[in-house]
Design a protein around this ligand. Structure first.
Ligand code: UDP
Length: 476
């Protein structure tokens, strides 16, 4: 009888290479290492050949480089490029590209399996099609790391039910939509990609949502104290009414607090903030992709002039405006008139360093989940200006459920301008009003709870420890 070979247990992580997805997945890898010095950790890195919002940027490359050279023993396996889908754009293109990647992922996993027992395969939310490959290779412990919130998991798990309940397109519904874990939602708050059942990404997203229901578990970048309502809806099984709910593991907030290349206190924005009084500056920043039309930029500028508060404004002109520079778009004389109290910044800002600065008093955000968690981490109250994807749903969550943001009238309504006058109203209410006081108090509490959650003994720390204990003990 041959001797039984002992293999090391290993976890394979499979992110997409967009900033907001890859960076938190690398944070998962770091936490796994924190809990287990021996578990093998491999990140499968795809290369997307198309110029798309879902491609790697210089910033993602620097995050990978930093993790590769960290000495933490996180292996990055660069997958060969495969055929790019033709005639598709954005999310639909990404989902099809993931389909095309199945053979190379299968090869990579098969090769890893010869030396390692893969005890967990952790997928990006847009890579759930890989459950096929996992099944083929008999990897039963397939998880998703959900980079947004527990409420988002409720939506994703409930999506097949929503699709069944509503025969017509969501965009044509006149009534509000009920999703467990959410306040009632206007149909327009749903992501653009699912508003019409004929949208190219709809079938892939629906198929993905059905696969979500079959997962062993879902890790979520949240902490249970932040989202009790969504966590309860999941625990009660209300999001999958006709079957079992996968186990839910809140492991956040997972943040990359040392962003490569942005620690420098010499950054122009930080030096400028050093000169401003405590809590006096409103920060405006709209994620890695947020950009505005020239007309909208002029309205924001008008609002900031009317407002009178100090501001740090990170702004980008939409590329469909051609090669117009910011100077050509801003109202004449705006920079000079506001020089004493404002800074306009047209490239990447070191957001973590900005949000941690004592001069910051409020944050006008696109409601991306990383930005939201970073604000919670530093206790900065929010004004919600959602732009696309799940951001409109997040805005509802932040304003109505979590009560940590003030809504901005008109924001998130496609093709409509947010009028300049709305900005000073929201800023005044946040910086001076009673509603702002309540939000500040809540943020202060959440800041403490969020930090406790990831400390030894905290809820997310214990959740991660339990997962790692399970994954590390599987040997052959
Ligand atoms: N970010 C930054 N500087 C910028 C814009 C964005 O550092 O000028 C960072 C921000 O701190 C956050 C991430 O990029 O960590 C954006 O992620 P989020 O989920 O908020 O939005 P997305 O870019 O995915 O829409």
């Amino acid at each position: 009888m041959g001797r039984r070979s002992i293999k090391n247990s290993g976890v394979v992580l499979f992110p997409i290479p967009a900033d907001g997805h890859l960076v938190p997945m690398i944070e998962v890898a770091k936490r796994l290492r924190q809990h287990s010095p021996t578990l093998s950790i491999t990140v499968l890195l795809m290369q997307t050949p198309f110029p798309s919002v879902l491609s790697a940027t210089q910033s993602t490359a620097s995050h990978v480089q930093a993790a590769e050279s960290s000495g933490l023993g996180i292996d990055f396996l660069h997958l060969p490029p495969v055929e790019a889908p033709e005639g598709l754009e954005g999310l639909a293109c990404m989902l099809q590209y993931v389909e095309n990647l199945k053979p190379v992922v299968s090869d990579a996993l098969a090769s890893l399996s010869s030396t390692t027992t893969i005890s967990a395969f952790v997928l990006d939310m847009f890579c759930v099609a890989m459950t096929d490959v996992a099944a083929e290779l008999r990897i039963s412990a397939t998880y998703v790391f959900y980079i947004t919130n527990a409420a988002g998991v409720c939506y994703r798990l409930y999506f097949p039910t929503l699709d069944r309940i509503h025969q017509q397109d969501f965009k044509d519904l006149s009534e509000e939509i009920e999703i467990p874990g959410w306040p009632p939602l206007s149909p327009q708050a749903l992501p653009q990609a699912i508003l019409s059942k004929k949208s190219p990404a709809y079938p892939g997203l629906l198929d993905g949502a059905r696969r979500f229901q079959q997962l062993k578990g879902i890790l979520v970048n949240t902490f249970s104290e932040l989202e009790p309502v969504a966590m309860k809806a999941l625990a009660d099984g209300r999001c999958v009414p006709d079957g079992p709910t996968p186990s839910i593991h809140p492991v956040g907030p997972l943040l990359c607090l040392q962003q490569p290349g942005s620690e420098s206190p010499d950054h122009e924005c930080i030096k400028w903030l050093d000169q401003q009084p405590c809590g006096s500056v409103v920060f405006l920043c709209f994620g890695s992709l947020g950009a505005f039309s020239g007309e909208q930029i002029r309205e924001i500028a008008r609002g900031l002039e009317l407002c009178g508060h100090r501001f740090l404004w990170s702004v980008r002109v939409q590329s469909r405006q051609g090669q117009l520079s910011l100077d050509e778009v801003l109202p004449t004389g705006f920079v000079e008139r506001t020089r004493e109290r404002g800074l306009v910044w047209s490239t990447w800002v070191p957001q973590i360093a900005v949000l941690s600065h004592s001069a910051i008093g409020g944050f006008v955000t696109h409601c991306g989940w990383n930005s939201t968690l970073e604000s919670v981490w530093f206790g900065v109250p929010l004004i919600a200006w959602p732009l696309y994807a799940e951001q409109k749903m997040n805005a509802v969550l932040l304003v109505k459920e979590l009560e940590i943001a003030i809504g901005l009238k008109g924001a998130g309504q496609s093709d409509l301008l947010v009028k300049g006058e709305e900005l000073p109203k929201a800023v005044k209410s946040l910086m001076e009003g009673e509603e702002g006081m309540k939000i500040k108090e809540k943020m202060k509490r959440l800041k403490e709870l969020g930090r406790m959650a990831v400390q030894e003994g905290g809820s997310s720390y214990s959740t991660m420890a339990a997962l790692v204990a399970e994954w590390a003990k599987i040997d052959e």
